[in-house]
Design a protein around this ligand. Structure first.
Ligand SMILES: *[C@@H]1O[C@H](CO)[C@@H](O)[C@H](O)[C@H]1NC(C)=O
Ligand SMILES: *[C@@H]1O[C@H](CO)[C@@H](O)[C@H](O)[C@H]1NC(C)=O
Ligand SMILES: *[C@@H]1O[C@H](CO)[C@@H](O)[C@H](O)[C@H]1NC(C)=O
Ligand SMILES: *[C@@H]1O[C@H](CO)[C@@H](O)[C@H](O)[C@H]1NC(C)=O
Length: 140
């Protein structure tokens, strides 16, 4: 009985070890894809700005939360490059599905410095939010 148990254990051990390696590997890959801290803060700043310039009745971008454990690449309307973890796409069109209620002022401007944290941003859709243009030195 005793011999059988130890044999069983020695057979299992390599399996346990390789499972541990798989876990380490998965954790490493996950780390690589995790969102960039600077961009996470940038998204939260963007949210705060959008919130302060609109008077939507529904919660704005509820998955964008102040929580260090929250993976910002999984937030709604955010798409990251899955190898680098950089935000590559922000689909903020009609952010709150309330097309008729735009903002306090329907023609408001977005401060372009809000987009500076996003080094790899390729696609930005801000349509149907009543935003008229950019506020900043580039004057886009
Ligand atoms: C992700 O980033 C890598 C390295 O910069 C690049 O080669 C790849 O094309 C990117 N993928 C997407 C889907 O943008
Ligand atoms: C990474 O993204 C590309 C393009 O969006 C997708 O085709 C690919 O399956 C993804 N890879 C992983 C490992 O998720
Ligand atoms: C938003 O603000 C505008 C102008 O202040 C006002 O006319 C409108 O009723 C407000 N909408 C909501 C949903 O509070
Ligand atoms: C845009 O934001 C930056 C940083 O918060 C600030 O320094 C700048 O004055 C703002 N620009 C405008 C035009 O409000």
């Amino acid at each position: 009985m005793k011999a059988g148990a130890s044999q069983y254990f020695s057979m299992e051990w390599p399996l346990v070890r390789s499972l541990l390696w798989v876990l380490v590997l998965v954790a490493h890959i996950h780390d690589l894809r995790a969102c960039i801290e600077e961009e996470r803060m940038g998204l939260l700043e963007l949210k705060a700005y959008l919130k302060s310039n609109t008077n939507y009745t529904e919660p704005l971008l509820p998955s964008w939360v102040y929580d260090l454990k929250s993976e910002c690449c999984n937030w709604e309307r955010v798409k990251c490059n899955n190898t680098t973890g950089y935000v590559i796409k922000l689909c903020l069109s009609n952010i709150n599905h309330e097309t008729h209620v735009y903002a306090d002022n329907e023609n408001w401007f977005l401060n372009e410095s809000l987009l500076q944290p996003f080094k790899e941003l390729r696609i930005l859709d801000l349509s149907r939010n009543g935003i008229r243009g950019w506020q900043g030195n580039k004057g886009m």
